[in-house]
Design a protein around this ligand. Structure first.
Ligand code: HEM
Length: 331
Protein backbone atom coordinates (compact mmCIF):
# COMPACT_ATOMS: atom_id res chain seq x y z
CA UNK A 1 0.00 0.00 0.00
CA UNK A 2 2.96 2.30 0.56
CA UNK A 3 3.54 2.22 -3.19
CA UNK A 4 0.17 3.94 -3.77
CA UNK A 5 0.01 7.73 -4.13
CA UNK A 6 -0.66 9.38 -0.76
CA UNK A 7 -4.36 10.22 -0.45
CA UNK A 8 -5.21 8.24 -3.58
CA UNK A 9 -8.33 6.15 -4.03
CA UNK A 10 -7.93 2.41 -3.71
CA UNK A 11 -9.99 -0.78 -3.53
CA UNK A 12 -8.69 -2.45 -0.35
CA UNK A 13 -10.31 -5.83 -1.07
CA UNK A 14 -7.27 -6.94 -3.06
CA UNK A 15 -4.75 -6.35 -0.25
CA UNK A 16 -7.02 -7.80 2.43
CA UNK A 17 -7.44 -11.00 0.41
CA UNK A 18 -3.75 -11.21 -0.32
CA UNK A 19 -2.58 -10.70 3.27
CA UNK A 20 -4.98 -13.26 4.75
CA UNK A 21 -4.20 -15.80 2.00
CA UNK A 22 -0.50 -15.32 2.66
CA UNK A 23 -0.98 -15.82 6.42
CA UNK A 24 -2.95 -19.06 6.09
CA UNK A 25 -0.55 -20.28 3.41
CA UNK A 26 2.43 -19.77 5.75
CA UNK A 27 0.50 -21.38 8.60
CA UNK A 28 -0.25 -24.50 6.55
CA UNK A 29 3.01 -24.89 4.60
CA UNK A 30 5.61 -22.73 6.43
CA UNK A 31 6.37 -20.89 3.18
CA UNK A 32 5.25 -17.45 2.00
CA UNK A 33 2.75 -17.24 -0.81
CA UNK A 34 5.21 -15.67 -3.21
CA UNK A 35 6.08 -18.41 -5.67
CA UNK A 36 4.43 -18.58 -9.08
CA UNK A 37 2.39 -21.66 -8.15
CA UNK A 38 0.98 -19.99 -5.07
CA UNK A 39 -0.26 -17.14 -7.23
CA UNK A 40 -1.92 -19.65 -9.56
CA UNK A 41 -3.67 -21.31 -6.58
CA UNK A 42 -4.86 -17.89 -5.46
CA UNK A 43 -6.20 -17.05 -8.93
CA UNK A 44 -7.89 -20.44 -9.36
CA UNK A 45 -9.64 -19.92 -5.99
CA UNK A 46 -10.82 -16.51 -7.19
CA UNK A 47 -12.31 -18.14 -10.31
CA UNK A 48 -13.93 -20.86 -8.20
CA UNK A 49 -15.44 -18.26 -5.90
CA UNK A 50 -16.86 -16.25 -8.77
CA UNK A 51 -19.14 -19.15 -9.75
CA UNK A 52 -19.58 -20.80 -6.32
CA UNK A 53 -22.70 -18.86 -5.23
CA UNK A 54 -24.51 -19.86 -8.42
CA UNK A 55 -23.75 -23.50 -7.54
CA UNK A 56 -24.32 -23.22 -3.81
CA UNK A 57 -27.80 -21.72 -3.67
CA UNK A 58 -29.50 -24.22 -6.02
CA UNK A 59 -27.80 -27.06 -4.09
CA UNK A 60 -29.06 -25.76 -0.73
CA UNK A 61 -32.61 -25.60 -2.04
CA UNK A 62 -32.39 -28.97 -3.78
CA UNK A 63 -32.59 -27.37 -7.25
CA UNK A 64 -29.37 -28.66 -8.76
CA UNK A 65 -30.93 -28.68 -12.22
CA UNK A 66 -30.86 -24.88 -12.10
CA UNK A 67 -27.04 -24.88 -12.25
CA UNK A 68 -25.74 -23.78 -15.63
CA UNK A 69 -23.50 -26.44 -17.22
CA UNK A 70 -21.00 -23.67 -18.05
CA UNK A 71 -20.75 -22.68 -14.34
CA UNK A 72 -20.41 -26.31 -13.28
CA UNK A 73 -17.65 -26.81 -15.87
CA UNK A 74 -15.80 -23.64 -14.81
CA UNK A 75 -15.88 -24.59 -11.12
CA UNK A 76 -14.64 -28.11 -11.90
CA UNK A 77 -11.79 -26.72 -14.01
CA UNK A 78 -10.75 -24.35 -11.20
CA UNK A 79 -11.05 -27.11 -8.58
CA UNK A 80 -8.93 -29.44 -10.72
CA UNK A 81 -6.24 -26.80 -11.07
CA UNK A 82 -6.25 -26.07 -7.31
CA UNK A 83 -5.91 -29.78 -6.53
CA UNK A 84 -3.06 -30.22 -9.01
CA UNK A 85 -1.11 -27.29 -7.57
CA UNK A 86 -1.69 -28.31 -3.96
CA UNK A 87 -0.73 -31.90 -4.75
CA UNK A 88 2.62 -30.71 -6.07
CA UNK A 89 3.26 -28.82 -2.83
CA UNK A 90 2.08 -31.61 -0.52
CA UNK A 91 3.60 -34.62 -2.33
CA UNK A 92 7.26 -34.20 -1.26
CA UNK A 93 6.30 -33.61 2.38
CA UNK A 94 3.85 -36.54 2.33
CA UNK A 95 6.41 -38.92 0.80
CA UNK A 96 9.07 -37.85 3.32
CA UNK A 97 6.62 -38.40 6.17
CA UNK A 98 5.64 -41.83 4.85
CA UNK A 99 9.35 -42.73 4.59
CA UNK A 100 9.70 -41.95 8.31
CA UNK A 101 11.91 -38.88 7.79
CA UNK A 102 11.96 -36.33 10.65
CA UNK A 103 9.38 -33.50 10.51
CA UNK A 104 10.49 -30.65 8.22
CA UNK A 105 8.32 -28.01 9.93
CA UNK A 106 5.90 -27.53 12.80
CA UNK A 107 2.95 -26.42 10.70
CA UNK A 108 -0.63 -27.46 9.96
CA UNK A 109 0.41 -29.79 7.13
CA UNK A 110 2.62 -31.63 9.61
CA UNK A 111 -0.26 -31.88 12.14
CA UNK A 112 -2.56 -33.23 9.43
CA UNK A 113 0.01 -35.86 8.48
CA UNK A 114 0.45 -36.92 12.09
CA UNK A 115 -3.29 -36.99 12.86
CA UNK A 116 -4.79 -40.42 13.42
CA UNK A 117 -8.38 -41.53 13.36
CA UNK A 118 -9.49 -42.29 16.95
CA UNK A 119 -11.51 -45.27 15.73
CA UNK A 120 -9.26 -47.15 13.31
CA UNK A 121 -5.92 -45.51 14.08
CA UNK A 122 -5.06 -44.77 10.43
CA UNK A 123 -3.96 -41.38 9.06
CA UNK A 124 -5.26 -39.34 6.11
CA UNK A 125 -4.70 -40.78 2.66
CA UNK A 126 -2.95 -38.47 0.19
CA UNK A 127 -6.26 -37.44 -1.43
CA UNK A 128 -7.88 -36.76 1.93
CA UNK A 129 -4.90 -34.64 2.91
CA UNK A 130 -5.33 -32.51 -0.23
CA UNK A 131 -9.04 -32.10 0.62
CA UNK A 132 -8.22 -30.93 4.13
CA UNK A 133 -5.57 -28.47 2.97
CA UNK A 134 -7.79 -27.03 0.22
CA UNK A 135 -10.70 -26.60 2.64
CA UNK A 136 -8.53 -24.94 5.27
CA UNK A 137 -6.89 -22.59 2.77
CA UNK A 138 -10.32 -21.38 1.64
CA UNK A 139 -12.00 -21.28 5.10
CA UNK A 140 -8.87 -19.67 6.54
CA UNK A 141 -8.60 -16.60 4.34
CA UNK A 142 -11.77 -15.77 2.44
CA UNK A 143 -13.83 -14.98 5.56
CA UNK A 144 -11.11 -12.92 7.26
CA UNK A 145 -10.51 -10.99 4.02
CA UNK A 146 -14.20 -10.13 3.74
CA UNK A 147 -14.40 -8.93 7.36
CA UNK A 148 -11.19 -6.87 7.17
CA UNK A 149 -12.41 -5.14 4.01
CA UNK A 150 -15.68 -4.17 5.70
CA UNK A 151 -13.77 -3.05 8.81
CA UNK A 152 -11.83 -0.59 6.62
CA UNK A 153 -15.11 0.68 5.15
CA UNK A 154 -16.67 1.17 8.59
CA UNK A 155 -13.58 2.91 9.98
CA UNK A 156 -13.38 5.24 6.98
CA UNK A 157 -16.95 6.31 7.68
CA UNK A 158 -16.45 6.73 11.44
CA UNK A 159 -13.50 9.16 11.81
CA UNK A 160 -14.04 9.54 15.55
CA UNK A 161 -13.75 5.78 16.20
CA UNK A 162 -10.80 5.58 13.82
CA UNK A 163 -8.89 8.34 15.68
CA UNK A 164 -9.51 6.66 19.04
CA UNK A 165 -8.34 3.31 17.69
CA UNK A 166 -5.30 4.95 16.11
CA UNK A 167 -4.41 6.55 19.48
CA UNK A 168 -4.81 3.19 21.21
CA UNK A 169 -2.47 1.48 18.76
CA UNK A 170 0.17 4.23 18.87
CA UNK A 171 0.11 4.26 22.67
CA UNK A 172 0.54 0.50 22.86
CA UNK A 173 3.03 -0.06 20.06
CA UNK A 174 4.94 3.12 19.44
CA UNK A 175 7.18 2.25 16.49
CA UNK A 176 7.41 -1.50 16.93
CA UNK A 177 5.42 -4.23 15.20
CA UNK A 178 2.46 -5.67 17.11
CA UNK A 179 2.75 -9.04 18.82
CA UNK A 180 0.25 -11.47 20.21
CA UNK A 181 0.84 -10.14 23.72
CA UNK A 182 -0.44 -6.70 22.58
CA UNK A 183 -3.90 -8.09 21.89
CA UNK A 184 -5.27 -7.42 25.39
CA UNK A 185 -4.20 -3.80 25.40
CA UNK A 186 -5.83 -3.10 22.02
CA UNK A 187 -9.38 -3.52 23.23
CA UNK A 188 -11.01 -0.96 20.93
CA UNK A 189 -9.23 -2.30 17.85
CA UNK A 190 -10.47 -5.79 18.70
CA UNK A 191 -13.98 -4.45 19.30
CA UNK A 192 -13.91 -2.73 15.89
CA UNK A 193 -13.42 -6.15 14.36
CA UNK A 194 -16.11 -7.78 16.52
CA UNK A 195 -18.58 -5.06 15.56
CA UNK A 196 -17.65 -5.50 11.89
CA UNK A 197 -18.48 -9.21 12.21
CA UNK A 198 -21.89 -8.24 13.57
CA UNK A 199 -22.77 -5.76 10.81
CA UNK A 200 -21.09 -7.65 7.95
CA UNK A 201 -20.89 -11.32 8.98
CA UNK A 202 -18.75 -12.93 6.24
CA UNK A 203 -20.92 -16.04 6.41
CA UNK A 204 -24.27 -14.31 5.97
CA UNK A 205 -26.28 -17.50 6.24
CA UNK A 206 -25.70 -21.16 7.03
CA UNK A 207 -27.78 -24.10 5.92
CA UNK A 208 -28.71 -27.03 8.13
CA UNK A 209 -30.75 -30.17 7.48
CA UNK A 210 -33.44 -31.00 10.06
CA UNK A 211 -32.51 -34.36 11.60
CA UNK A 212 -36.12 -34.89 12.69
CA UNK A 213 -39.51 -33.27 12.18
CA UNK A 214 -40.09 -30.30 14.48
CA UNK A 215 -41.89 -26.98 14.80
CA UNK A 216 -39.98 -23.73 14.45
CA UNK A 217 -41.83 -20.47 15.12
CA UNK A 218 -45.20 -22.11 14.44
CA UNK A 219 -43.93 -23.59 11.18
CA UNK A 220 -43.83 -27.35 10.66
CA UNK A 221 -40.36 -28.47 9.59
CA UNK A 222 -40.23 -31.94 8.08
CA UNK A 223 -37.31 -34.29 8.56
CA UNK A 224 -34.58 -33.61 5.99
CA UNK A 225 -35.81 -30.06 5.26
CA UNK A 226 -33.25 -27.29 4.82
CA UNK A 227 -33.26 -24.68 7.57
CA UNK A 228 -31.32 -21.49 6.92
CA UNK A 229 -29.82 -19.63 9.88
CA UNK A 230 -28.90 -16.08 8.92
CA UNK A 231 -26.44 -14.12 11.09
CA UNK A 232 -26.96 -11.29 8.57
CA UNK A 233 -30.58 -10.92 9.82
CA UNK A 234 -30.21 -11.99 13.46
CA UNK A 235 -27.31 -9.64 14.13
CA UNK A 236 -29.22 -6.60 12.81
CA UNK A 237 -32.59 -7.52 14.32
CA UNK A 238 -34.37 -4.61 16.02
CA UNK A 239 -35.89 -6.85 18.71
CA UNK A 240 -32.50 -8.29 19.63
CA UNK A 241 -30.12 -5.32 19.49
CA UNK A 242 -30.14 -1.69 20.56
CA UNK A 243 -29.49 0.55 17.55
CA UNK A 244 -28.77 -2.51 15.41
CA UNK A 245 -27.66 -0.60 12.32
CA UNK A 246 -25.19 1.66 14.14
CA UNK A 247 -21.44 0.94 14.08
CA UNK A 248 -20.70 1.05 17.79
CA UNK A 249 -17.61 -0.95 18.88
CA UNK A 250 -18.13 0.25 22.48
CA UNK A 251 -21.22 -1.95 22.84
CA UNK A 252 -18.90 -4.88 23.66
CA UNK A 253 -17.84 -3.16 26.89
CA UNK A 254 -21.40 -2.38 27.78
CA UNK A 255 -23.48 -4.54 30.16
CA UNK A 256 -26.69 -3.75 28.25
CA UNK A 257 -25.37 -5.69 25.22
CA UNK A 258 -24.46 -8.81 27.19
CA UNK A 259 -27.74 -10.57 26.47
CA UNK A 260 -27.72 -9.65 22.77
CA UNK A 261 -24.18 -10.99 22.48
CA UNK A 262 -25.11 -14.22 24.20
CA UNK A 263 -28.29 -14.79 22.21
CA UNK A 264 -27.88 -13.10 18.87
CA UNK A 265 -24.20 -12.94 17.91
CA UNK A 266 -23.00 -15.86 15.82
CA UNK A 267 -20.52 -14.75 13.12
CA UNK A 268 -18.57 -17.96 13.72
CA UNK A 269 -21.64 -20.22 13.83
CA UNK A 270 -22.58 -22.21 16.91
CA UNK A 271 -22.69 -25.77 18.14
CA UNK A 272 -20.59 -28.72 17.01
CA UNK A 273 -19.63 -27.14 13.65
CA UNK A 274 -18.61 -23.79 15.14
CA UNK A 275 -15.64 -22.19 13.36
CA UNK A 276 -12.42 -23.73 14.59
CA UNK A 277 -10.44 -20.71 13.39
CA UNK A 278 -12.34 -18.10 15.44
CA UNK A 279 -9.48 -17.29 17.83
CA UNK A 280 -6.99 -17.33 14.95
CA UNK A 281 -9.18 -14.91 12.95
CA UNK A 282 -9.67 -12.52 15.85
CA UNK A 283 -5.93 -12.39 16.49
CA UNK A 284 -4.81 -11.96 12.89
CA UNK A 285 -7.46 -9.33 12.17
CA UNK A 286 -6.68 -7.26 15.28
CA UNK A 287 -2.97 -7.30 14.47
CA UNK A 288 -3.56 -6.41 10.80
CA UNK A 289 -5.93 -3.59 11.75
CA UNK A 290 -3.38 -2.29 14.27
CA UNK A 291 -0.71 -2.12 11.54
CA UNK A 292 -3.11 -0.38 9.16
CA UNK A 293 -4.41 2.12 11.69
CA UNK A 294 -0.92 3.10 12.77
CA UNK A 295 0.28 3.74 9.23
CA UNK A 296 -2.75 5.16 7.40
CA UNK A 297 -5.80 7.30 7.88
CA UNK A 298 -8.68 5.88 5.89
CA UNK A 299 -11.36 8.15 4.51
CA UNK A 300 -14.52 7.53 2.52
CA UNK A 301 -14.71 8.30 -1.19
CA UNK A 302 -17.60 10.69 -1.77
CA UNK A 303 -20.27 9.11 -3.96
CA UNK A 304 -18.97 5.55 -3.52
CA UNK A 305 -21.30 3.36 -1.46
CA UNK A 306 -20.28 -0.32 -1.37
CA UNK A 307 -23.13 -2.69 -2.25
CA UNK A 308 -23.08 -5.86 -0.11
CA UNK A 309 -23.77 -9.08 -2.01
CA UNK A 310 -23.79 -12.69 -0.83
CA UNK A 311 -21.03 -14.41 -2.77
CA UNK A 312 -19.14 -17.21 -1.05
CA UNK A 313 -18.88 -14.62 1.72
CA UNK A 314 -20.47 -11.18 2.00
CA UNK A 315 -18.53 -9.00 -0.45
CA UNK A 316 -19.16 -5.71 -2.19
CA UNK A 317 -20.53 -5.83 -5.74
CA UNK A 318 -18.76 -2.56 -6.60
CA UNK A 319 -15.61 -2.98 -4.47
CA UNK A 320 -14.67 -1.05 -1.33
CA UNK A 321 -12.84 2.06 -2.49
CA UNK A 322 -11.22 4.27 0.12
CA UNK A 323 -8.69 7.06 0.31
CA UNK A 324 -5.46 6.14 2.05
CA UNK A 325 -3.53 8.94 3.74
CA UNK A 326 -0.12 8.06 5.11
CA UNK A 327 0.43 9.16 8.69
CA UNK A 328 3.68 10.64 9.97
CA UNK A 329 6.13 8.26 11.68
CA UNK A 330 4.79 8.70 15.22
CA UNK A 331 1.51 10.54 14.66
C1 HEM B 1 -13.57 -13.63 10.41
C2 HEM B 1 -13.19 -14.81 10.03
C3 HEM B 1 -14.03 -16.06 10.04
C4 HEM B 1 -15.39 -16.21 10.08
C5 HEM B 1 -16.45 -15.13 10.16
C6 HEM B 1 -15.66 -17.64 10.03
C7 HEM B 1 -16.93 -18.19 10.08
C8 HEM B 1 -17.19 -19.54 10.09
C9 HEM B 1 -18.51 -20.13 10.21
C10 HEM B 1 -19.80 -19.35 10.32
C11 HEM B 1 -18.35 -21.47 10.19
C12 HEM B 1 -19.46 -22.51 10.35
C13 HEM B 1 -20.10 -22.81 9.02
C14 HEM B 1 -21.30 -23.71 9.21
O1 HEM B 1 -21.66 -24.02 10.33
O2 HEM B 1 -21.90 -24.09 8.19
C15 HEM B 1 -16.94 -21.75 10.05
C16 HEM B 1 -16.40 -23.02 9.98
C17 HEM B 1 -15.05 -23.26 9.87
N1 HEM B 1 -14.04 -22.34 9.87
FE1 HEM B 1 -14.23 -20.34 10.00
N2 HEM B 1 -14.48 -18.31 9.97
C18 HEM B 1 -13.45 -17.40 9.97
C19 HEM B 1 -12.10 -17.65 9.92
C20 HEM B 1 -11.53 -18.91 9.89
C21 HEM B 1 -10.11 -19.18 9.90
C22 HEM B 1 -9.01 -18.10 9.98
C23 HEM B 1 -9.97 -20.53 9.84
C24 HEM B 1 -8.71 -21.36 9.84
C25 HEM B 1 -7.58 -20.99 10.38
C26 HEM B 1 -11.30 -21.12 9.79
C27 HEM B 1 -11.57 -22.46 9.71
C28 HEM B 1 -12.83 -23.00 9.75
C29 HEM B 1 -13.09 -24.43 9.66
C30 HEM B 1 -12.05 -25.52 9.53
C31 HEM B 1 -14.48 -24.60 9.75
C32 HEM B 1 -15.26 -25.90 9.72
C33 HEM B 1 -15.43 -26.40 11.13
C34 HEM B 1 -16.24 -27.72 11.16
O3 HEM B 1 -17.13 -27.90 10.35
O4 HEM B 1 -15.96 -28.52 12.05
N3 HEM B 1 -12.22 -20.10 9.83
N4 HEM B 1 -16.26 -20.56 10.00
Amino acid sequence: MDALPDGGEHDVEVEMTHVTADIIFRTIFSVPMEGVDARRIFEAFARFQAVAPRLLLPSIYGLRWLVWPWDAWRSRQAAREIRGLLEALIRPRFDAHQAGEPARAADILQSFMEATDPQHGGGFSFDELVDQVAMLFLAGHETSASALTWACHLLANAPEVQERAHAEVVQQLGERLPELSDMKAMNLTRNVFRETLRLFPPVGFMARQASSACTLRKKAVRQGATVVVAPWLIQRHHDLWQEPDAFNPDRYDNDASRESLRQAYLPFGMGPRVCMGAAFALQEATLILACLLRRYRLSAVIGHEPQPVGRLTIRSANGVRLQLHRRGETS
